[in-house]
Design a protein around this ligand. Structure first.
Ligand code: GLY
Length: 359
């Protein structure tokens, strides 16, 4: 089951191809390209590739102050306006490649080969880059999609299995936000950390098709696309307060569970809502698959999580901006007044979610 489809963006359409076993052919086509590659692949791919910039796929690498060095290296290696840069790696490499391509000589074309489940099911499309500035995560960025995305789900066979959970949580979230059909297709594929490459391929295609809807209808994050931030305000706070011991996708899973708990604190009831029960059960299983998750959650300072939650850049002066499930089971954006009652509900939601894992 391979698939090819286009994403329509303001800068033109770009192509996505999902095909298990396609990496060798993709690399053969890149033999003379300029490549920006995760250093993890230095031994396996280094010999086959020529003009390659290897980068460590670490959060501190996608920092604005690292950009001048890369840009100088690109200039010294002869990258010019008509060069098409190809990036091979996960989300960190993607962010660096997208950002560098968008500013180098006022914009290069680029192509992308995602190598993590999270990048395959989610971040490879959408066009956003996010770069850290000093202590501020994802403070600057651009919209600059690649013109080709080649996905080989078989690459995931070599990944640590807990990396699957991070990606599968984001895929489940996208499909849940998209609606009944996308979500039931996702669950029917049997998402799990032990799933087959064929099943992962089906998950990738379904998740990207669901995300395609949001990024085409609202490319620049003004309305519908904002719903994909579901779980992210709680999630980013938990990820940061764990000092990144809890990876992004897992933190988003905990964040979605917190956001459902928050709604219950506010008096909503999701009893008899089968879709939500299935979603919660699946998220709990995915979160639990991370070794040490109980200890990481137990070690969180709730005050630190609260501070990070309150400083999310989506909030306004007087209101929290949150993506929540409403009483009809729909994912909606809500602005909620900042007051003592709301803060208590946020705190209780985080505490009860954490307790449900540690007891
Ligand atoms: N690059 C991630 C996104 O645009 O959604």
């Amino acid at each position: 089951m391979s698939a090819s489809f286009s994403i329509h963006a303001s800068t033109g359409s770009y192509e996505v191809r999902v095909a298990a076993g396609s990496l060798t052919e993709t690399l053969a086509q890149q033999a003379h390209a300029y490549l920006l590659v995760d250093a993890f692949f230095r031994d396996t791919l280094g010999k086959a590739l020529q003009q390659t910039f290897f980068l460590a796929a670490e959060e501190r690498e996608k920092s604005l102050d690292r950009m001048p060095l890369l840009i100088e290296q690109m200039r010294a290696a002869g990258v010019h306006r008509r060069t098409v840069l190809t990036a091979i790696g996960g989300g960190v490499i993607q962010d660096i490649a997208a950002f560098a391509s968008s500013v180098y000589m006022r914009g290069l074309r680029w192509a992308y080969v995602p190598t993590t489940v999270l990048a395959m099911v989610d971040s490879c499309i959408g066009g956003k880059s996010s770069i850290n500035v000093g202590p501020y995560k994802n403070l600057v960025g651009t919209f600059h999609p690649p013109e080709q995305i080649w996905i080989d789900p078989a690459v995931a066979e070599t990944l640590p299995r807990d990396q699957f959970a991070s990606g599968l949580i984001e895929a489940a979230k996208i499909c849940f936000c998209r609606g009944e059909e996308a979500f039931s297709t996702h669950m029917a594929a049997g998402p799990s950390t032990t799933m087959s490459t064929a099943a992962l391929e089906a998950v990738i295609i379904n998740s990207l098709q669901a995300k395609k809807y949001f990024i085409e209808i609202d490319e620049f994050d003004q309305k519908e696309r904002l719903l994909l931030n579901f779980g992210h305000t709680f999630g980013h706070a938990i990820e940061g307060a764990s000092h990144y011991a809890i990876p992004h996708g897992i933190a988003v899973g905990v964040g979605i569970l917190c956001s459902l708990a928050f709604q219950r604190e506010r008096g909503l009831s999701f009893t008899n809502m089968e879709r939500i029960a299935i979603f919660e059960k699946h998220l709990r299983e995915m979160v639990m698959s991370l070794p040490g998750i109980r200890e990481h959650l137990a070690a969180l300072s709730i005050d630190d999580v609260m501070e990070r939650f309150a400083s999310d850049k989506k909030h306004t002066g007087h209101q929290f901006t949150l993506i929540l499930v409403n009483q009809a089971g729909e994912v909606v954006l809500e602005q909620i007044d900042k007051n003592k009652q709301t803060s208590q509900a946020v705190r209780h939601a985080i505490e009860t979610t954490r307790e449900s894992y540690t007891r």
